[in-house]
Design a protein around this ligand. Structure first.
Ligand SMILES: [Zn+2]
Length: 156
């Protein structure tokens, strides 16, 4: 299960500086259905879905909506979004027009699989979060270093 998640993450493109929006966009494009992020307060999630829920993904006929709490630290928000992206990547939703998955503990294989996806996504993302060439490097120096980096086959 962990290996399946690792492979799925390795098929994604990573470019610098990495953002969760990049992953959302790519998975949207591959999945053929737009993914919309809906940040709300933690209180609203509890009101709407219950105290044990930390994020939700709803598969509508024409789009996915990921609802997550925006009053937790950003890395935690990314793990929640990454978890829901895992459900989308692995096709965990039922075939009916609308289906919904809650993140509340890892009681079944789909939940554990989605969490492995989030874990590997975050680990790989950490290598791509910063710019390889700081913006203080400009002009000719930047062009030379950019070419050098590309020749090495590295991602900017
Ligand atoms: Zn889940």
């Amino acid at each position: 299960m962990e290996e399946k998640a690792r492979r799925a993450v390795s098929r994604l493109q990573f470019t610098r500086p990495w953002t969760i929006a990049q992953a959302v966009e790519e998975i949207s494009a591959k999945g053929g259905k737009p993914i919309k992020l809906r940040p709300v307060s933690g209180e609203k999630i509890i009101d709407d879905f219950g105290p044990e829920v930390s994020s939700v993904c709803i598969s509508w006929k024409l789009e996915y909506i990921i609802v997550y709490s925006n009053d937790t630290p950003v890395p935690l928000q990314e793990v929640s979004i990454g978890h829901e992206l895992g459900h989308i990547v692995f096709g965990h939703f039922s075939k009916s027009d609308t289906s919904m998955l809650f993140k509340c503990g890892f009681h079944d294989d789909h939940e554990r699989e989605a969490e492995w996806f989030a874990t590997h996504l975050m680990a790989r993302a950490d290598d791509y979060r910063t710019e390889l060439l700081p913006s203080s490097i400009t002009g000719r120096k930047r062009r030379i270093l950019t070419k050098f980096v590309k020749d090495l086959g590295w991602s900017m």
